[in-house]
Design a protein around this ligand. Structure first.
Ligand code: UD1
Length: 418
């Protein structure tokens, strides 16, 4: 049954909120558990739809998975199936993270590809080229990526673009390869560091995670481990923008503020008062936000996943903002929905110009992906009247207890059947 949110605008959000582990880390860590026979335990896992979905993928490959609140235990057998071509895999993009571990463990893998994505095309060419450099053959067949390698050998690989997914699959394939792999122009996201930290706890030899050059010395085998997932910087950033857009005062815990450095700096430019602590931050805003320009870039740049929040705040900012999307080609599709709420937005290729209006005006809007959905909820918080956000299953894929947490901060949101 489809659900929708009824968002009554006008509340000022305040209070303390704790973020759980990152969606974009936990799914990769679950996939990495395939690399070692035995029980890998993950703590601080977010209770979002994608976690049981990834569990289904691992079960389909022969693992047993227990989800016990924020703890996920993955029991990996001595032999896992190389065939991840079934319905659960097609349902979400992150399932492609099993590719590297399967090639490493089984010397072959068949991983179904998800359908079209609302944020633009997401090819796997860099994943494939990376695996080929390690000695695999790869091709796309009947809607699945197929990779085979009798023997994986370390290699020097330079990515054309610091792709998060390609960096992860190359790392997870090369940890068990013979010899040394040097990955240049690697992604530097905190979730990559988290993955490498866990792999090192499992016995992998990896240096340079968090920099553009990662060196992996292959080992013969890995052992299971117990690991705590890094905090979700995108959820934390969403709370930061929720505070600023509603002229509120929110303290966020469970996150290293350096993982959100640029997003928090932008809020300061918009007029917010930002304090950072070891394990969190506080954002306060008393006035109408000033207009600020944004351009999305790989970490440590402004995250593309917070671009909808940047658009939400710019719709009501004092002045005009230019927002440039450099990571995904079609991530402005939801701007139409912002326009339905009264945003004055002009899209031109990968730029959008927003001239802030005093007040948005409530109506029905449709979320098209996780982050666009969250951005529409933030916009609804500052619209007059009740904004109905449809297709909220997208939001549920990334935001644990979103409605409950928003209401605890003083929002007025209801989840109802569509
Ligand atoms: C991950 C995140 C996503 C985030 C993105 C960028 C997960 C589950 N998702 O996605 O939330 O928005 O990083 O921070 O972790 N590309 C190619 N060829 C490839 C691989 C990528 O052209 O082989 C392109 C993509 O189409 C995109 C860009 O590179 O335009 C960045 O993609 P990538 O960094 O790989 O993102 P994901 O890992 O898919």
């Amino acid at each position: 049954m489809k659900e929708k949110f009824l968002v009554t605008g006008g509340s000022r959000l305040s209070g303390v909120v704790k973020v759980d582990g990152a969606k974009n880390s936990v799914l990769k860590l679950m996939a990495a558990a395939l690399l070692a026979e035995g029980t890998t335990t993950l703590h601080n896992c977010p209770e979002i739809l994608d976690v049981p979905l990834m569990a289904q993928v691992l079960v389909g490959l022969g693992c047993d998975v227990e989800i016990d609140g924020a703890t996920v235990r993955i029991h990996t057998p001595a032999e896992v199936s190389p065939n991840a071509d079934f319905e659960a895999v097609r349902q979400f993009r992150a399932s492609v993270a099993v590719l590297g571990p399967l090639v490493a463990r089984c010397h072959e893998a068949r991983v179904a590809l998800p359908g079209g994505d609302a944020i633009g095309s997401r090819p796997l060419d860099m994943h494939q080229t990376g695996l080929e450099k390690l000695g695999a053959t790869t091709h796309i067949e009947h809607g699945a990526v197929v990779a085979r390698a009798d023997h994986l050998r370390g290699a020097t690989i330079k990515l054309d673009f610091p792709s998060v997914g390609a960096t992860e699959n190359i790392i997870t394939a090369s940890v068990l390869a013979e010899g040394q792999t040097v990955l240049d122009n690697a992604a530097r996201e905190p979730e990559i560091v988290d993955l490498c930290d866990m792999l090192c706890e499992m016995g992998a030899r990896i240096e340079g995670a968090g920099t553009s050059t990662i060196t992996i010395d292959g080992v013969d085998s890995l052992a299971p481990t117990e690991h705590t997932v890094v905090g979700d910087r995108i959820v934390a950033g969403t709370w930061a923008y929720a505070a600023a857009i509603t002229r509120g005062d929110i303290t966020v815990t469970g996150i290293a503020p350096r993982h959100l450095h640029l997003a928090l700096s932008k809020l300061k430019l918009a007029g917010a008062d930002v304090e950072t602590y070891d394990n969190g931050f506080r954002v306060r805003m008393d006035t109408r936000p000033k207009a600020v320009d944004y351009q999305t870039l790989p970490f440590p740049g402004f995250p593309t996943d917070l671009q909808p929040m940047a658009i939400a705040i710019s719709t009501i900012a004092d002045g005009a903002s230019v927002i440039t999307e450099n990571v995904f080609e079609a991530r402005f599709r939801f701007v139409d929905e912002m326009q339905r709420l009264g945003a004055d937005a002009t899209v031109d290729g990968h730029h959008v110009v927003l001239r802030g209006v005093e007040q948005l005006s409530s109506t029905d809007v449709w979320s098209s992906d996780i982050r666009a959905g969250a951005g529409l909820v933030l916009a609804g918080l500052v619209a007059d009247g009740v904004t109905t956000v449809h297709d909220v299953y997208h939001i549920d894929r990334g935001y644990p207890s979103f409605v409950e947490q928003l209401n605890a901060l003083g929002a007025n949101i209801e989840r109802v059947q569509s």
